[in-house]
Design a protein around this ligand. Structure first.
Ligand code: MG
Length: 454
């Protein structure tokens, strides 16, 4: 953590405690005062000259597909210039739109909607299937360029990153000049375009990169909030989802400016913690630092939409095993163990139920995860046809290498760990299909489900 961030955080704490000790007014008033303290401190933040960039690849999956197909497959058609989308296979029911071109946007096609719905809006829509390996490669190349400009780069998602340019910006000129340089290098060397938002904190930089697309650099400094951010619809504020926007609308709050002017105590009463956060965001306040190392993963999970409705226990258990295989592999790769396992079922009518259990001993053994998942599943399932199954975990920590003995449990956990390690090694060297359980032979599902965050 940089020194400027440390000093900013201490300052906030001091202001908060000072307000608390002074003992003025109710709890809500204190909260309100704390908010104003943070805003005041934001002015200190400006003086500390923090320069934060948010870089966002324009229509990432689609751009990456287009560039790859033009450069390596000899295709003449640039997907970015026609109504096109990246979407899952409709025959497998994973058919949702993951990314769309700007011409496709004009037909009202939205990310997350079903491919068949999108095709109804635009019958000539070109849909290509996703290639995650390619996207991971493109993302890594994009991140490598960013790291040449700052050693404080936080990868926020596969196609977004924050950079703390406070220390290195002067080497490349003004903040705008540095951003232009990064944008041009990515376009020339990697062939796709990005938007870059510049500000003094992460929230404002993220809002700025969203302004006008593609291939643009925008600033949103605190003194520009009134003019550039407050007139926008409240639904465009980061952290305001569709449900929250609807609630805010019913409260008479339509723009970000109206949210900023609202009473934070009132917002907290209705929207709880989120009310406080979005009020601070609407006022341009965000104290989170750029983290150059990703935070430790607290939970691991895996879920899959099954190509057909599952109606028998044996098939459901097979899917749970396939999910546990990938989950266990990821846990062991991170040298992590989990202490809570949960199973989620989405029925054919799209209703969703879940059930969880705390384990006696943290684990990352595939068979133990699977057995717990089966137990939970049998307690939860009401025999209706299943469309989607998930195995999720929480309470992740490092490997403990010890286990509370149970007089009645004769399982040889050391042996299970050895088997898992051996299988991981074989799969690591020869591919995931090099070893598979016999139970999956001739079955219509993959022996290792999921693996990509959905
Ligand atoms: Mg993007």
């Amino acid at each position: 953590m940089s020194r400027s961030v440390c000093s900013r955080m201490c300052l906030t704490d001091k202001l908060f405690f000072w307000k608390q000790e002074s003992g003025t007014g109710s709890r809500y008033q204190l909260k309100k005062e704390r908010m104003f303290a943070i805003i005041k401190e934001q002015e200190v933040n400006i003086r500390l000259d923090q320069i934060i960039f948010h870089i966002d690849v324009n229509s990432a999956f689609l751009s990456w597909e287009a560039v790859y197909r033009l450069a390596h497959c000899g295709e003449q058609l640039d997907l970015r210039k026609v109504a096109s989308a990246v979407g899952g296979d409709t025959s497998l029911r994973r058919g949702i739109i993951l990314a769309k071109s700007i011409p496709a946007k004009k037909y009202g096609i939205r990310t997350g909607e079903a491919v068949w719905q999108a095709k109804e809006k635009c019958p000539g829509l070109v849909v290509v299937e996703p290639d995650y390996k390619l996207y991971e490669g493109c993302s890594a190349a994009f991140m490598d360029i960013l790291r040449e400009y700052s050693d404080m780069v936080e990868q926020y998602s596969i196609d977004e990153a924050f950079m703390d340019m406070s220390e290195s910006c002067h080497l490349f000129g003004t903040a705008k000049e540095a951003a232009r340089q990064i944008r041009e290098r990515i376009r020339e060397e990697l062939g796709f375009t990005v938007n870059i938002g510049i500000s003094n904190n992460k929230l404002l930089a993220k809002m700025a990169s969203d302004f006008c697309k593609p291939d643009q650099v925008h600033t949103l400094y605190p003194w520009e909030i009134r003019q550039k951010m407050w007139p926008l619809p409240v639904s465009e504020l980061f952290f305001v989802g569709r449900a929250t926007a609807k609630k805010l609308f019913s409260m008479g709050i339509r723009t970000i400016g109206e949210l900023a002017a609202a009473d934070p105590a009132w917002l907290k009463e209705i929207l709880k913690k989120q009310g406080e956060v979005i009020w601070a965001f609407a006022n341009g306040v965000d104290l989170s630092p750029v983290l150059d190392a990703p935070p430790a993963n607290k939970g691991y999970g895996n879920s899959t939409t099954i190509p057909f409705d599952v109606e028998d226990l044996a098939m459901a258990k097979r899917v749970l095993l396939a999910l546990s295989e990938t989950l266990g592999e990821r846990l062991r790769a991170d040298r992590a163990e989990v202490s809570v396992v949960s199973v989620g079922i989405r029925y054919a009518d799209l209703s969703y139920f879940s059930h969880q259990k705390k384990l006696d001993n943290p684990t990352n053994l595939t068979l133990e995860l699977y057995k717990t998942a089966c137990l939970l599943f049998e307690q939860l399932w009401d025999k209706r046809p299943i469309r989607h199954l998930g195995v999720h975990t929480s309470g992740a920590g490092g490997e403990s290498f010890c286990r509370q003995m149970d007089f009645f449990d004769r399982t040889d956990y050391g042996k299970l760990a050895k088997i898992d390690r051996t299988v991981d090694n074989i799969r690591g060297r020869y591919g995931r299909d090099a070893v598979r359980r016999a139970g999956f032979l001739g079955q219509p599902i993959s022996h290792m489900c999921g693996g990509y965050p959905l």
